[in-house]
Write a protein that binds this ligand. Structure first.
Ligand code: MN3
Length: 203
């Protein structure tokens, strides 16, 4: 089955009071994400990858250490990344981190603030386009990682709990060049921690 652009799980203006405008979500979801879906469908059609599970296409096309990944990888991985990203955010102020997730984060990083500091540093330290992630690594421990362009935790057999898009299209309308402010706001106000905790339970 061809890839489809999923609807946002909330109205386009639902995050505006929390630091992500309707304009950003319009460009990011309706145009950027849609382009990955459309291009991914075109590139996969008629190849051995057509109809395969998305994670299999991502792992099968990822080339470790390559200077650039192929077009199928770039577009299909970015479709996966954005589909997760929309769900990892949500409307409503003061979203609380469920206890079990908080305990695991404190255990791994010392404190919630230390976790946020390291996550922001990962996103800021990703030179050029990419993503910052909180993952369950293959050894079962929580880790913060950064990846370039469309590369994601699926490539490494890790479970993504949280991901933040640090491509400029994700923040330039609302934050201009201030990537650190965008990342801090993402963690403080935008993340749907209940959903992150569900992903941890399922890992
Ligand atoms: Mn993006």
């Amino acid at each position: 089955m061809a890839f489809e652009l999923p609807d946002l799980p909330y109205p386009q203006d639902a995050l505006a009071d929390l630091g992500m405008s309707a304009e950003t979500l319009h460009y990011h979801h309706d145009l950027h994400h849609k382009a990955y879906v459309d291009t991914g469908n075109k590139l996969v059609a008629g190849t051995e990858w057509e109809g395969k599970p998305i994670e299999e296409i991502i792992r099968g096309n990822y080339q470790p250490g390559a200077v650039a990944q192929n077009g199928i990888f770039n577009n299909v991985a970015q479709h996966w990344n954005h589909t997760q990203f929309w769900q990892m955010m949500g409307p409503g102020e003061n979203k609380k981190m469920p206890g079990e997730l908080e305990a695991r984060i404190k255990d791994a990083f010392g404190s919630v603030d230390a976790f946020k500091e390291q996550f922001v540093a990962a996103g800021v330290g990703q030179f050029g386009s990419g993503w910052a992630w909180l993952v369950v690594d293959t050894d079962g421990t929580l880790k913060i990682t950064k990846t370039e362009n469309g590369v994601n935790p699926v490539c490494f057999g890790q479970t993504a709990l949280l991901g933040c898009d640090v491509w400029e299209h994700s923040y330039y309308i609302d934050y201009r060049n201030k990537r650190p402010v965008y990342l801090q706001n993402f963690l403080d106000r935008l993340v749907n921690w209940e959903y992150v905790a569900e992903r941890l339970s399922a890992a």
